[in-house]
Design a protein around this ligand. Structure first.
Ligand SMILES: [Zn+2]
Length: 129
């Protein structure tokens, strides 16, 4: 399958999508995503598994909530907090929607869990115009 590098291949405003096991979802545009990563040290302290090729990752909910305490300036922080607090499991799943990464290098059992979390949703960012 050809990979298009063209802008507009994905929804222009969507950059990161966070979902929980129930499919509850918060989507961030590129500005919001960049700001969140800046305010949370790239989410590293809450990351339990991550794709080496993009920003997709699995987060530990409790550590993520701790990080959000330092991100109160973020305009979506209440949505993100609600998502984390209502998460039915200990993990949240972050998809790097802006990336064309196939996650081939992400060799971790948690990748399967991550893929399952997104499997039941419509393809993220791959909608035809
Ligand atoms: Zn990836």
């Amino acid at each position: 399958m050809a990979v298009s590098p063209l802008p507009g291949h994905h929804l222009p405003d969507e950059s990161l999508a966070l979902v929980d096991e129930d499919g509850e979802r918060v989507e961030l545009d590129s500005f919001e995503a960049t700001l969140l990563l800046e305010l949370t040290r790239g989410l590293e302290p809450a990351t339990v598994s991550a794709c080496p090729g993009c920003r997709s990752r699995v987060l530990a909910v409790v550590a993520f909530l701790d990080l959000l305490e330092a991100a109160l300036a973020h305009e979506r922080v209440y949505e993100l907090t609600e998502l984390a607090e209502d998460a039915p499991t200990l993990h949240l799943y972050v998809a790097d929607v802006a990336s064309d990464c196939d996650h081939d290098e992400w060799r971790d059992p948690l990748y399967d869990e991550w893929a399952d979390a997104f499997a039941e949703l419509p393809p993220v960012g791959r909608l035809a115009p």
